[in-house]
Design a protein around this ligand. Structure first.
Ligand SMILES: *[C@@H]1O[C@H](CO)[C@@H](O)[C@H](O)[C@H]1NC(C)=O
Length: 463
């Protein structure tokens, strides 16, 4: 038994290291250029290669940066501006020239993966631009097809969360009906070409409009009471998942639940004007650090479990020339001298951030020191909703939940109870193993009985 455990532990360690060595294909970053002090493109390319970031989104199509990324394997999203939309829509030749200038000379050495036509057009209120968006997208697609790049490079547009009329609770997510058939047309294009629906969810702005402590914890992926969706009985433990599931519901309500969602922007400012709440290094580090750990855990959202959506964090650098409140110029993960603004856990080879205790530490009655192995398991009679919430919580803390995902050795039995038990124990074993770390709002308990079965090993350990 002891030998078996040792081997499993080694195997686990090996698997863990193998997964750490790999980059994370779903982590991207936005490269905004409204700045006077950006590092040279070659330095940016080198910086990106030293991180887990696998994708970069440009708002335009700066050839110097696209060239600097050649051969790096980093995926590149480029953008056609709102100002180009009327010409792209009315003139197929303009679209052909756009592709011939901005894509053809660089591809495939520079791995362009997506072209976004326009930014937040549907929430701009500009009816003329909104009507021309789909024809512009179609002409860019036609131009790609003519260059034999159709399918290799996808075409889409980027939306703000304002395209949703309703997003709370997540199951009621729906698009603004005033779009009429325009949104349907865009989604039909996404669906027909396999291009993603790209959107900008910002829990930061949700907190800004509801600046309560409880909301901040919910937005920062920190311990909180959660929010129950009364329709589905799902308890959401963070705003990011709630916003994504609202988008998923909105897509489903239009009949397009299979269209892939991409987070084109999300982020948190580390600094702001005196009257701007939640703008601190601490909060920005909590949001982006916990977001990255959440994505790496592959737990997904309650309505889209077991996968991480491609997420472009805003932003790589500060943009010192941006107008507006101070926070607008303070979203950068890195400084112009290429050092980190704060450690968001993006360095290669770094283990996902250490799990924290789910509850504020309680005074714990001194327990006799014991060398016996213990495991953290759910108490009897705990509801599936609570177990689901424990599962989401634990897997959002950077532990490796791949064994309970499809194909994993602990996937069967495919029940919330079994998956939650695995995740709760793993989080506990990765902590300092004080009893408080198996509390889970009083739904967990320590057991001396090893829950491992078949090939599914529950790591154990003594306090
Ligand atoms: C989405 O695309 C699939 C495959 O092309 C097609 O079968 C389906 O009808 C489309 N859905 C909608 C709502 O248009």
């Amino acid at each position: 038994m002891a030998v078996l455990h040792c081997t499993s532990a080694l195997l686990l360690l090996f698997l863990l290291q193998a997964s750490i060595a790999n980059s994370e294909p779903f982590i991207g970053v936005n490269y905004g250029q409204v700045a006077s002090n950006l590092p040279p493109p070659s330095a940016t390319a080198k910086l990106l290669q030293s991180t887990l970031i696998e994708k970069v989104r440009l708002y335009g199509s700066d050839p110097a940066l696209i060239k600097a990324l050649a051969g790096t394997g980093i995926g590149i999203t480029i953008g056609a501006s709102n100002a180009d939309i009327p010409s792209l829509a009315s003139d197929p030749n303009f679209a052909k020239n756009w592709v011939d200038t901005n894509v053809v000379p660089f591809y495939p050495a520079s791995k362009i993966i997506l072209i976004t036509v326009g930014n937040e057009v549907m929430s701009s209120g500009d009816k003329n631009l909104m009507t021309k968006l789909l024809p512009a997208i179609q002409n860019v697609q036609n131009a790609l097809n003519a260059a034999s790049l159709g399918g290799k490079i996808k075409v889409s547009t980027v939306h703000s969360m304002a395209v949703l009329k309703q997003s709370d609770p997540p199951s009621t997510g729906s698009f603004d009906p005033s779009f009429g058939d325009l949104m349907k047309g865009l989604l039909g294009f996404n669906n027909a070409t396999g291009s993603p629906f790209a959107i900008n969810p910002y829990p930061y702005f949700a907190y800004k409009s509801d600046p309560r402590t409880e909301t901040l914890a919910f937005c920062l992926f920190q311990p909180n009471m959660g929010r129950v969706d009364a329709n589905t009985k799902i308890k959401y433990m963070n705003m990011f998942d709630a916003q994504l599931d609202a988008v998923h519901s909105a897509l489903g309500s239009m009949g397009f639940k299979n269209v892939e969602i991409v987070v084109a922007e999300t982020g948190w400012p580390y600094k702001g004007d005196d009257n701007e709440v939640g703008t601190s290094i601490e909060d920005a580090k909590a949001y982006n650090g916990n977001l990255i750990a959440h994505l790496r855990s592959m737990v997904g959202t309650p309505l889209m479990p077991g996968k991480s959506v491609d997420t472009y964090i805003f932003a790589l650098y500060d943009e010192d020339l941006k107008p507006g409140p101070g926070s607008e110029r303070s979203f950068g993960l890195f400084k112009p001298d290429l050092t980190m603004t704060y450690d968001a856990g993006l360095s290669k080879g770094q283990t996902p951030s250490t799990p924290k205790t789910p509850e504020t530490p309680k005074p714990v009655t001194p327990t006799p020191v014991s060398n016996k192995e213990t495991w953290c398991v759910p108490k009897a009679g705990v509801s599936d909703a609570q177990l689901q919430s424990n599962l989401d919580y634990a897997c959002g803390r950077g532990i490796d939940c791949s064994p309970i995902q499809p194909g994993g050795v602990c996937f069967e039995p495919n029940t919330v109870a079994s998956h939650a038990a695995y995740a709760m124990n793993l989080l506990y074993q990765n902590s300092d193993r004080s009893p408080g770390n198996c509390d889970f709002s009083q739904t967990g308990t320590l057991s001396s009985k090893n829950p491992s079965y078949d090939a599914c090993n529950y790591p154990g350990g003594s306090a």
